[in-house]
Design a protein around this ligand. Sequence first.
Ligand code: NIG
Ligand code: FE
Length: 401
Amino acid sequence: MKKLWKNCHIATMQNGQYSSIEHAAMVTSGQHIHWIGTFDDLPADAYSETIDLNGAWVTPGLIDCHTHSVFGGNRSVEFEKRLQGVSYAEIAASGGGIASTVRATREASEEQLLASALKRIRCLLKDGVTTIEIKSGYGLDYANERKMLRVIRQIADTLPMTVRSTCLAAHALPPEYKDQSDAYIEHICNEMLPKLHQEGLVDAVDAFCEYLAFSPAQVERLFKTAQSLNLPIKLHAEQLSALGGSSLAARYQALSADHLEFMTEDDVKAMAAAGTVAVLLPGAFYFLRETKYPPLDSLHQHGVRIALSSDLNPGTSPALSLRLMMNMGSTLFRLTPEQTLAGVTTHAAHALGLQETHGTLETGKVADFIAWEIEHPSEIVYWLGGDLPKRIIQHGNEILI
Ligand code: NIG
Ligand code: FE
């Protein structure tokens, strides 16, 4: 059952560039790309269907490689407080912040969590996101982390998207372990993570390495457990202070280290040597009115892959459009539209360990692509939000939304 998609231009995003093919065509066979090239070179074959894309620009489906999109409640009241002058760290210290989302998430049933997450993730899907990573981290005990991870698996069963689940049990200290952060880390390593992994609920492990969360030594303990379970590693690092978490992540061959505003030159070198992806999160940078920029020149200079993501979460980035984040990534971090698009396709695929199957358009990869009604791929980054007309194709099938 081969389908011919014709009358389009294609930004394949190979090598982190547009790598465009103008006057192109693509043949899909089932879920995969069978052939891609210029229309003039199309081999003679029989097709079960021919789809005219009317001159659209085709890109890989977008990949949102860092989200906390499953959670109870929201934190708009806290947003109001922050604008009255209370800082994120002060709110966290007074029992708000992540702890308030933990309370709301623990109170919610699986059905409620699924329903609210689906509303948010459908916004991302409509925006062109066909692959999403979702973290736990608002349950902070076995039953509630399990509940979140089960909801993440249900999202994969409900929506036409590739969904990766990341266990972020080391996101914050639960009230049951007040002043006992080492004991909580031991509990994650000895009980929670092995069990959750055994239940098939975990694709990767993440932690929040920060002075108001977990120390590098505690994170290293967790990484050792993740390694022994053969689980890939990611890390929230250097968001609010420089603790060397990104170097630690690199030493453990992490897929990515994320946020990175406070990282040092040594961290950059360590990530470059390990091939660890730098995931930048312009939504959190903007929403927290951060003024310290990630070391962009140094990241470029050392050839670190830069991915961009929404960080969709209730506290620091209530972002429902990855395209808006892309515009902000370009504007705030001076990434070109081409670099930005690479940041949500090929580099984001690397940040999830999905680079063999996702992130670029080439023969053998999954047929996840977007046909945008635009004049040039830079337009995907240029418009601020809105609903850019497009057709969304996932695993070779057009999604009608
Ligand atoms: O990526 N940095 C820690 N975690 C989230 C924030 C979570 C929250 O505030 O609920 C982040 O910014
Ligand atoms: Fe995050």
